[in-house]
Design a protein around this ligand. Structure first.
Ligand SMILES: Cc1cc2nc3c(=O)[nH]c(=O)nc-3n(C[C@H](O)[C@H](O)[C@H](O)COP(=O)(O)O)c2cc1C
Length: 340
């Protein structure tokens, strides 16, 4: 590992970020693990045992899929990689308070920079439409945990929607389950901006255009997993964080997506069509609910880079197990002291 990288810019292309991770001993490459619970189990063991000391894990040669169609877990799941992703000094990893302070400064103290619309970019390297749409054939979507309701393609992702009233673009990290090759479930819970925007279309009986980025770049993921104020466009916030305009391409459903994304799925959700979605073992390390009826998302187009990378959230150690261990250790120590 190096002695800290101060002048690395915030990352808007996953491949540049992964190259820097590899250079700095932050990336583990694993060959041949299966999509059916094997990748999920490997990651879960790593992140429970070593927590944030674990490297990001890039799986390749996944049985049944072309070499190069990869899955990445734990992109930002260490202080080092978080610092690297937003262009902070990576030496801050050793001082949590300083890291948090610098991170807050980075995230909340910047002016939005409007995105730049472009006609082309790496995401257009492959376009799949019509009868060729079969997401399970193209992407090695994992079953992450044994009790999951299905294969989850959206875990570290950005779900893009537009407010039909004021035109504001939002991107939120909401889990997405594969129902079949042409249909997903997208679970934006009540109160989330994507849910509020979708409800406005449904109230008028109209389908809601949705674009799901399941191969995200680091700064898009950072923006999507937090609530951005209503008067700031999601990609202007990401641009402010990155210190440059985000390059966006406009898709067939009218929604924009970053030109440097890895995998983008375009389509619509419908007011009157639901299917059972869930349950899912959350990244926080536990199941939070049962399967429920949720609007379906019908895929109209898939875009992906050559050798696409699906970005996946690594399940962390549940907080109650930390607590349990701490209580357990304290009880043992107390007992020890009493016996002395
Ligand atoms: C890895 C990860 C997975 C998440 N999954 C979901 C989810 O499935 N549904 C949901 O409503 N929120 C989920 N969240 C929380 C939202 O992403 C978060 O509340 C975010 O601020 C939502 O964006 P919004 O304010 O634009 O709605 C997840 C967060 C992370 C980091």
């Amino acid at each position: 590992m190096d002695g800290g990288r101060e002048n690395f810019s915030p990352q808007t292309d996953l491949r540049d970020f992964l190259a820097a991770c590899e250079e700095n001993g932050q990336l583990e490459k694993v060959d041949g693990a299966h999509w059916d619970k094997e990748m999920g189990a490997v990651v879960e063991v790593l992140y429970r045992e070593r927590v944030e000391k674990s490297k990001a894990v890039l799986f390749d040669n996944i049985p049944g899929y072309p070499k190069g169609h990869r899955c990445l877990y734990g992109m930002l799941a260490s202080p080092y990689r978080l610092a690297l992703a937003v262009g902070m000094d990576t030496e801050l990893q050793d001082d949590r308070f300083a890291l948090l302070k610098a991170y807050r400064e980075k995230m909340f103290n910047h002016e939005p920079i409007p995105p730049r619309h472009v006609d082309t970019g790496p995401i257009l390297e492959n376009i799949v439409e019509g009868d060729d749409i079969d997401i399970e054939k193209i992407i090695p979507v994992p079953i992450h945990h044994e009790l999951d309701g299905g294969r989850y393609i959206g875990t570290a992702c950005g779900v893009i929607t537009r407010d039909p009233e004021n035109g504001r673009i939002n991107s939120g990290t909401y889990r997405c389950m594969v129902h079949d090759g042409q249909t997903l479930g997208v679970m934006a819970s009540n109160g989330k901006q994507g849910n509020i925007q979708r409800a406005k279309y449904f109230a008028k009986g109209e389908p809601c255009p949705v674009t799901v980025v399941v191969g995200v770049d680091p700064t898009h993921f950072l923006a999507a997993r937090m609530t951005i104020p209503d008067d700031v466009e999601e990609f202007a916030f990401q641009g402010g964080l990155a210190g440059k305009p985000i390059e966006l391409i406009t898709g067939d459903n009218g929604l924009p997506f970053p030109a440097h994304s890895e995998i983008v799925i375009e389509g619509y959700q419908y007011p009157d069509e639901t299917r059972l979605e869930g349950p899912f073992g959350e990244w926080t390390g536990y199941y939070a609910g049962d399967a429920e009826q949720d609007p379906v998302f019908k895929i109209t187009k898939i875009y992906h880079r050559n050798n696409p990378i699906l970005t996946c959230a690594a399940s962390q150690k549940p907080p109650h197990s930390h607590l349990f261990e701490r209580c357990f250790t304290r009880s043992v120590t107390l007992l020890d002291n009493l016996q002395k």
